[in-house]
Design a protein. Structure first.
Length: 270
């Protein structure tokens, strides 16, 4: 059988086009598929990050049913807390080692139904009975360090105390309600030859209720009392009044406090 050259050329041309299309279509399709998987994985990762976001303050309140450590290294005990609670925990090993606390310092305890926060405090007291250590949460991280190192990191915060020092008048001559007296002292008179008139001499309230005693103290005086209360009850040795470097300044209804983070949390609860 004889074949038309034109027809054969057309067949070859169509075959080449088909092969070219298949050759490039497969890699492009595979690339798009991989890109789609990457996008899905990225979305899943973001969703997972949002779902499993860590709140360290809540995490350290987790109650541990049973904690048993038999001369466990301090660093292993910290890792146990990270794995169990999911909390972000940072240990300033440089400051601790300078105070004689090593990563291998032994922890020995057997406790039931204790919060992770309390467990940290007990471990710190055990590994460093001489040098005081401290733990506090700031910016979603539980930091463990020495008290001396923490005191060097002061922050400044402003507290509005206007509601604590506002002047409230003390009314002494307040009105008194007496219904019986009012009904007994009521009299009505009607004059003849006129449309009439009535006079009511009774009064339900006694006293004018306008007198108020002068406040015994001013807002500035009450603010000074609050400052003294803080300085005398929250780590007195840290404030300038006790020989320290922390300060409290009152200015127009606000307290400006310069102190370490853990002290600020004792004042403002955050």
């Amino acid at each position: 059988m004889l074949h038309d050259p034109i027809t054969n050329a057309g067949i070859r041309r169509n075959l080449y086009q088909y092969m070219w299309t298949v050759h490039w279509r497969l890699p492009v399709t595979a690339l798009l598929a991989l890109l789609g998987v990457a996008l899905l994985n990225g979305s899943a990762a973001r969703a997972a990050a949002q779902s499993y976001s860590v709140n360290t303050k809540n995490a350290i309140r987790y109650i541990l049913p049973h904690t048993r450590m038999n001369n466990a290294p301090f660093q292993d005990a910290i890792q146990y807390l990270r794995d169990t609670t999911g909390a972000n925990i940072f240990v300033n090993w440089a400051a601790l080692e300078a105070a004689g606390v090593m990563k291998t310092s032994p922890i020995d305890m057997n406790l039931r139904y204790v919060s992770a926060e309390e467990l940290v405090n007990l471990m710190l007291a055990q590994v460093s009975p001489q040098t005081p250590l401290i733990s506090y949460v700031h910016d979603n991280v539980l930091t463990i360090t020495t008290v001396a190192e923490a005191n060097q990191r002061r922050v400044t915060r402003v507290y509005d105390i206007q509601d604590l020092i506002m002047t409230i008048p003390n009314f002494t001559n307040f009105p008194q309600f007496n219904l019986q007296s009012a009904t007994q002292n009521t009299s009505t008179s009607v004059s003849s030859g006129s449309a009439g008139s009535a006079t009511n001499q009774g009064n339900l309230f006694g006293g004018n209720g306008n007198a108020a005693s002068t406040p015994s103290s001013t807002p500035a005086t009450r603010a000074k009392a609050i400052v003294r209360l803080i300085e005398h009850t929250i780590h007195p040795s840290l404030w300038t009044s006790g020989g320290g470097q922390c300060t409290i300044t009152y200015f127009r209804g606000q307290l400006v406090v310069s102190a370490p983070v853990y002290v600020q949390q004792l004042i403002g609860g955050r």
